[in-house]
Design a protein around this ligand. Structure first.
Ligand code: HEM
Length: 310
């Protein structure tokens, strides 16, 4: 009989974890649902839900509905994030880069030393990041000048008990009534806030620390904010984005897909098919970009901004 290798033993451990993990998780989910259903049925639960219906009131003068520019911003953000996650993953996992890129020292960021050479994968990641940051800045200016910020920034403390209420409603499988055209539920609002105002800036702050534009000759600054810290945080931020996107898309489709898609893609509160069609077209564009984002097409674009070598 063959002796088990380290690899096959690790595989067996993983299999047995899966074997036990899946039923344990399922039992856990059922218990949470039963507990939540029992809680919302008790007099205390009922009065809590009556006091905190799951969404906080918006400040007076908050805008109603989503304008078309927000739909465009949202599409561009999703489009860029998809490719940013893909290229970041490639930076992490590619052992043999498909090329190297050296910046022309002529751009608006010039260095006295000769610029560092980076892999084609990292060049693409950084190229997308610049576009993503620009899109984010336009978004910030527009939401703060139009009042749209009020829909994704908490403005009163009762957001927290309302988030507990919304979580209870989700867990009891009696989901909070969807009224996204006017006001998001508290959990939704908090998750959008976390994504826009914490996760995205964190991706930027840690990414820029690892990039070539960060000053090397700033010992005090670099001791206060070590490279290792940025490295350790950047990847978990990606995991956060992936989890957020999976849950976000699932809930959009599971809680009145046509209406939700009309909100974001057709700037309307109707029940028609227009939003769905625009959404499907946007998915086709993303799939096309995913297919085209390969070295043979990326090399000529990278060559416009620097020297590309194999
Ligand atoms: C917006 C500004 C961003 C900048 C400036 C940036 C910059 C960088 C840089 C310089 C690296 C290479 C690190 C190295 O050489 O080891 C990197 C890696 C990576 N980036 Fe970003 N990034 C940004 C945003 C994002 C976002 C939004 C995501 C995902 C949602 C992401 C996912 C990744 C991943 C997964 C890696 C590989 C990390 C690893 O090897 O552990 N990045 N990024």
């Amino acid at each position: 009989m063959a002796t088990p290798t380290k690899k096959s033993r690790a595989g067996a451990v993983r299999k047995s974890r899966l074997y036990w993990g899946v039923p344990v998780a399922l039992v856990g989910v059922v218990l949470v649902v039963l507990l939540a259903r029992w809680l919302v049925g008790t007099p205390a639960g009922e009065s809590f839900l009556a006091d905190y219906p799951g969404q906080s009131e918006l400040p007076a003068g908050a805008p109603v509905g989503l304008p078309a520019w927000l739909g465009w911003q949202h599409f561009l953000n999703g489009f860029l994030l998809l490719l940013i996650i893909r290229s970041g993953w490639q930076v992490r996992t590619t052992a043999r880069p498909s090329g190297h890129w050296t910046r022309n020292n002529k751009g608006f960021i010039r260095t006295k030393n000769s610029p560092a050479t980076i892999t084609l994968e990292l060049w693409f990641h950084l190229f997308l990041d610049v576009l993503w940051i620009l899109n984010g800045l336009v978004f910030a200016v527009l939401i703060f000048t139009t009042g749209q910020w009020m829909r994704i920034v908490p403005t009163s403390w009762d957001i927290f008990p309302n988030a507990v209420s919304a979580a209870l409603q989700y867990a009891s499988l009696d989901w909070p009534t969807e009224n996204g055209w006017v006001n998001y539920n508290a959990l939704q609002l908090l998750s959008y806030f976390l994504t826009v105002f914490i996760a995205a800036p964190l991706a930027f702050a840690t990414g820029i620390r690892m990039s070539g534009v960060w000053p090397k000759k700033a010992p005090a600054l670099n001791r206060a904010y070590p490279l290792e810290l940025a490295r350790a945080v950047h990847y978990p931020v990606m995991i956060y984005f992936v989890i957020f996107i999976v849950i976000h898309v699932f809930l959009v489709l599971a809680t009145g897909a046509l209406r939700n898609l009309n909100h974001m893609y057709a700037a309307s509160d109707g029940e028609g098919l227009l939003g769905l069609w625009i959404f499907l077209a946007s998915v086709a564009v993303m799939a096309g970009a995913w297919f085209l984002a390969r070295p043979i097409f990326l090399r000529p674009i990278a060559a416009l901004m620097g020297k590309v070598s194999r």
